[in-house]
Design a protein around this ligand. Structure first.
Ligand code: BES
Ligand code: ZN
Length: 588
């Protein structure tokens, strides 16, 4: 297949990486990795091989004992540099020796003060979408899958965790952790973290890594993970990755969760003390099938990962929390979807499920593929009934396991398996046209309606009471904040702060929605709390709306760049780039 991935220099006609053996030394003093990597190719290669790379300091390239010639092309700000390995004569292995850069985009090196314990440094990677190339030269396209092994040397007192199977730990001057990933993965699922980590078992195949100070709270919060896997397996088929562990990261982690195989990377803000944020885990777990087992071939097909996962998440939520809770989630999601579509422009190509050819995939990713993709799959389910759609899901997973596919390959499969879908659903419109079709099964939720009533009352001057909202579901509170007018009075900001008990609940999603309202409403007294939030929380879903609101509002516009400069060192490169992008676009 001649597949063009605009976010990668990969040329599949040259050959494909099949396996990599890594030897990695993690050096906190220089904030670099020292790596020797032996690559095995699927077939012998003749001539050239192009790899993606980002600020890699290559020391040596050799094949079968002979050195290989290489050349780096000029750097592209987004894609990095094409590494051109030259002069292969039918070899199918080669070795590269290199250092990563302290500016490697995938890596965040944290000072001890940025951890809970405060005594040890911390490092973690985030490769999705196109940052694996800043750790090692590779065909950094989700259409290429490889297995790997890794020996990771870390300072004696620290622990290395990888999204792979831990084989053994060797003590010495450095501690060496030996891992193996026997299932083929795309490069964006390569993941490593190093820090003062404790581990606790949760169930026969589940456990959690966290700093010792948080391990007990984490183990309590996620105690139900084993049950989740059992439910997920009923929907999606057998779990093929062996273990499912979690790794709780420091709060600067740019995402809520990242579905690294066998080891979901997680924001610590998911620990609410209530087990109330487990839909996040359900989402990352579902990716073990939709995303990790069956993968989007390019980032234009991102909805195949995220739309399918959001759909699976709602199905599992329905089983674990009931229909009322699922319906509420969906109604909230629909409102969010429309709000984001309005922000990017209803006719923007960003609102299509198949995304346009764009190399800057990080700044192009929104939640649209999540929600719109989920609603499209629901329409397919309605068209054929749940029973047949469930059979289709199992069949889809089994047919494409450990493969990557395009939207078009998915549609071919759908047409062959469930042709009636195409009679009842305007598939072309859902996939290739912007915004949403006129007619579809829009979510209905009485819990959501209850909140809409409270919002209507508020507009008439009747404020909800503390008693009224005390027993609201988390998503009802979110829906309330989502539905408040953009501008309210300063007194009302204070009132909602108090009755929603925002400080006590300590839920970053609530803070984010609330701070946006405060900014838009000109409630300047919120600034110190805002600054504290921005210096601590890295989850982009909740941080970027605040930056946008500050940019759009007159009183805060000239405060946002200085605020960003004060907190930038505390954030991951990915977050810094995203914030910088918003500021630059606004001319700030
Ligand atoms: N795979 C994504 C995170 C991601 C997306 C990383 C695009 C890099 C590029 C992950 O599964 C995800 O969607 N996380 C969400 C939470 C989820 C519950 C919607 C997040 O981090 O906000
Ligand atoms: Zn996801």
């Amino acid at each position: 297949m001649d597949l063009k991935d605009p976010a990668s220099y990969t040329d599949l006609s040259q050959g494909k990486i099949q396996h990599i053996d890594f030897h990695i030394n993690v050096d906190f003093s220089t904030r670099t990795f020292d790596i020797e990597a032996m690559y095995q190719l699927q077939e012998p290669v003749n001539g050239s091989l192009f790899l993606d790379s980002f600020k890699i300091d290559l020391k040596e390239a050799r094949t079968n004992g002979n050195s290989l010639e290489w050349e780096f092309d000029p750097e592209d700000e987004i894609l990095g540099q094409r590494l051109h390995l030259k002069g292969f004569e039918g070899q199918s292995t080669f070795t590269l020796v290199f250092h990563t850069s302290p500016e490697a985009r995938a890596l965040q090196w944290l000072n001890p003060s940025q951890t809970v314990g405060g005594k040890h440094p911390f490092l973690f990677s985030q490769c999705q979408a196109i940052h694996a190339r800043s750790i090692f030269p590779c065909q950094d396209s989700p259409s290429v899958r490889f297995t790997y092994s890794a020996e990771v040397e870390v300072p004696q007192e620290l622990v290395a965790a990888m999204a792979a199977e831990l084989i053994e730990v060797q003590e010495g001057k450095w501690t060496t952790f030996v891992f193996k990933m026997p299932q083929p993965i795309p490069s964006y699922l390569f993941a490593l973290a190093v820090g003062n980590l404790a581990f606790q078992e949760l169930g026969p195949r589940t456990g959690v890594y966290a700093e010792p100070e948080t391990i007990a709270a984490a183990a309590w919060e996620f105690a139900e993970n084993e049950t989740k896997i059992v439910e997920a397996e009923k929907l999606l088929g057998p779990y093929l990755w062996g273990r499912y562990d979690l790794l709780v990261l420091p709060p600067s982690f740019p995402y809520g969760g990242m579905e690294n195989p066998r080891l979901t990377f997680l924001t610590p803000t998911a620990i609410l003390g209530t087990r109330g944020h487990t839909s996040l885990i359900t989402h990352e777990l579902a990716h073990a099938w939709t995303g990790n087992l069956v993968t989007n071939a390019t980032w234009q097909d991102f909805w195949l990962n995220e739309g399918w996962t959001t759909y699976a998440e709602t199905r599992i939520t329905e089983i674990l929390e009931g229909t009322d809770s699922k319906d509420l989630h969906l109604a909230f999601n629909e409102k969010q979807l429309i709000a984001i579509m309005e922000r990017v422009g209803m006719n923007s190509p960003q609102t299509c499920l198949k995304l346009p050819n764009e190399k800057d995939v990080d700044s192009f990713a929104t939640s649209i593929p999540y929600y719109k993709g989920c609603f499209f799959l629901q329409e397919c389910e309605y068209a054929v009934g749940r029973e047949r759609f469930d059979e289709f899901i199992q069949n889809y997973m089994a047919s494409f396991q450990f493969q990557s596919l395009t939207t078009e390959a998915f549609l071919d499969f759908l047409k062959a398996e469930l042709p009636e879908v195409f009679e009842k659903v305007d598939v072309h419109k859902w996939i290739y046209e912007p915004a949403l079709p006129e007619e579809w099964h829009r979510p209905k939720s009485y819990l959501f309606d209850e909140v809409q009533q409270a919002l209507k009352d508020y507009e008439k001057g009747i404020k909800p009471t503390k008693e009224q909202i005390q027993n609201w579901h988390r998503y009802q509170v979110l829906s309330f904040l989502q539905g408040l007018p953009k501008k309210i009075s300063a007194e009302d900001c204070q009132y909602f702060d108090a009755i929603l008990e925002l400080e006590k609940r300590n839920d970053v999603a609530f803070f984010s929605f609330f701070y946006v309202i405060c900014i838009m409403s000109g409630y300047e007294a919120i600034l110190p709390r805002l600054e504290q939030f921005m210096g601590r929380i890295g989850r982009m879903l909740y941080v970027l709306p605040i930056v946008r609101a500050m940019i759009e509002t007159d009183w805060s516009r000239d405060k946002v760049r200085p605020l960003f400069e004060r907190v930038r060192d505390r954030h991951h490169q990915i977050t810094v780039n995203a914030m910088e992008g918003l500021l630059k676009k606004a001319g700030l």
